[in-house]
Design a protein around this ligand. Structure first.
Ligand code: NAD
Length: 506
């Protein structure tokens, strides 16, 4: 089979392992587009489905539909929109059997990780439904003898959501749910590397809402760039790499689009002198670094350990990582799945090759679930690297794979200097048995989120502001922050006495 499929063929459901399509979907109708095969990263010969490669014309059509749907959707009260979103959450949950399995087959992560990802759609919708009361009433900002000033939040208009491949459903809904509740209409662009489960969920969502409120243009850079440049997309939620985020911001500047950028990270974990190296600490740091094969934006990407604990920590950590079982994410015996895509697999193997050549100690650990099928998938063993310079490429880059460097430090100042010596600033963690010590250090780390004695999925729930400093992003997602990020603050000034205002004449 070639990698380019033709555009004909019915839409097929996600509940059987039949090929699934992720088409361009505008106001509920499919638009013809070239399609490309989506392959199972655990078994590259298996085609899971196909994805439409959207282009600028598709984006134009999607923006037209969203623009047309905007006035009526924006005129509904937030409570009315919330009722529609709650119904959509129910429908997604009812229709969602098989979605986690589909996500594992296209993305690679193990089944429970996929369940958390796809479960995010209904969960996040419902969480924002609970915020509807924040939007319907304008707040009285000031009231005195001059009059009354009201503050209100208004929708921005057509909103774009550009999604990466690592946690496609969850991350998409962090933009989608607040944007819809606020009264915006949408153009969503799934990544061409994990579009199928998200495409199914978006179809269910769009079926529950007025035509044109949700439009979908899957694809790669061409569609994404057309969205950044489109003058009638007023707001863009972008989640992806720092390099692409910079490109998006450059292109969005052409029409002064409001952008929220959730970008790459290189999260440090600082194991302080006041930490106790026990099974909990070691186990948490294994979960924090190897969840989704290291392909989570705020996975632990580098571990710094006080010299007094270094040897003990490395020994215990290495033993714990060695228990990871790598295989097809559908097999319940696998605790870690494959890498999602070929370029990413090549990037990590290249990085490991250079790290080995530099003289560092590279330990490939864990177990292959099925050694015979190993080369059919994009598998990598979990790898721990020691004996490398604090400035080594593996320490300073975002590896985005199951490879973790461990570096010793002398004291807190040294640890903070190492942690902050980066252009990334997404998440970080501090590990200590002394809360005050941990807090003192945490507050000096340049990162949007710092966790104490934990650093993994679940630690940043939908209610907590989340985002990066420096090169890791602009703005804060999650919670009320995301709702504020897709609304314009409007003051309405109702003066009854303007006599104190400066001006010429009497
Ligand atoms: P990516 O930047 O390659 O792609 C992200 C999205 O942008 C995809 O949909 C892609 O098709 C699209 N795109 C590509 N070129 C574009 C262009 N020129 N203009 C507009 N859109 C374009 O990122 P990825 O490889 O899909 O995802 C991994 C990266 O995402 C990692 O760096 C990870 O840290 C980051 N990430 C960040 C967060 C966060 O919340 N901060 C969350 C998840 C992932």
């Amino acid at each position: 089979m070639t990698d380019v499929l033709n555009t004909a063929g019915p839409h097929l459901g996600a509940d059987a392992d039949l090929p699934v399509r992720a088409p361009v979907l505008i106001a509920g109708h499919e638009l013809a587009a070239d399609e490309v095969a989506v392959r199972n990263p655990a078994r590259r010969s298996e085609v899971v489905g196909s994805v439409a490669m959207g282009n600028a014309e598709h984006v134009d059509a999607a923006v037209d539909a969203a623009d047309k749907a905007f006035p009526a959707w924006a005129r509904l009260s937030a409570a009315e929109r919330a009722a529609r979103l709650a119904a959509a959450a129910d429908a997604i949950e009812r229709g969602g059997a098989g979605l986690a399995r589909l996500l594992t087959r296209e993305q690679g992560k193990v089944l429970w990780e996929s369940s958390v990802d796809v479960g995010g759609a209904a969960h996040i919708l419902r969480w924002y439904v609970g915020l509807a009361g924040r939007l319907d009433e304008d707040e009285v900002f000031r009231q005195d003898k001059r009059g009354t000033i009201y503050l209100g939040r208004r929708p921005m208009g057509v909103t774009g959501v550009i999604v990466p491949w690592n946690s496609p459903v969850y991350l998409a809904f962090l933009g989608i749910a607040p944007a819809l509740l606020a009264g915006n209409t949408l153009v969503v662009k799934p990544s061409e590397l994990a579009p199928l489960a998200l495409g199914q969920v978006l179809r269910m969502l769009s079926e529950q809402l007025p035509a044109g409120v949700v439009n979908v243009v899957p694809g790669a850079a061409e569609a994404g760039s057309a969205m950044s440049r489109h003058p009638r997309i007023r707001k863009l939620f972008f989640t992806g790499s720092t390099a692409t985020g910079q490109q998006v911001m450059r292109e969005a500047a052409g029409n002064l689009k409001n952008v929220s950028l959730e970008l790459g990270g290189n999260d440090p974990a600082l194991v302080l002198e006041s930490a106790r190296i026990d099974d909990r600490l070691v186990g948490e740091l294994v979960k924090g670094a190897f969840a989704a094969s290291g392909q989570i934006c705020f996975d632990v990407k580098r571990i710094y350990v006080h010299t007094s604990h270094y040897a003990d920590f490395v020994e215990r950590y290495t033993a714990a990582v060695d228990e990871i079982v790598v295989g097809d994410g559908l097999d319940p015996r696998s605790t870690m799945g494959p890498i999602n895509n070929v370029p990413q697999h090549e990037r990590i193997t290249g990085l490991l090759e250079r790290t080995r050549r530099s003289g560092a100690t590279v330990r490939e650990l864990g177990r292959k679930l099925d050694a015979d099928a190993w080369d059919e998938g994009l598998f990598l063993l979990p790898t721990v690297v020691t004996g490398l310079d604090a400035q080594a490429e593996l320490v300073t880059c975002e590896q985005f794979g199951p490879v973790v460097p461990i570096v010793p430090f002398r004291d807190d100042e040294h640890a903070l200097a190492l942690a902050n010596d980066t252009e990334f600033g997404l998440g970080a963690s501090v590990w200590s048995g002394d809360r005050e010590h941990a807090l003192r250090v945490a507050r000096r780390i340049e990162a949007g989120s710092v966790f104490l004695n934990v650093h993994r999925i679940g630690a940043s729930d939908v209610s907590m502001p989340f985002g990066g400093v420096k090169g890791s992003g602009i703005g804060r997602g999650h919670g009320l922050s995301a709702l504020e990020a897709c609304t314009e603050l409007q003051t309405v000034a109702d003066y009854v006495d303007v006599s104190s205002f400066p001006g010429p004449g009497r």
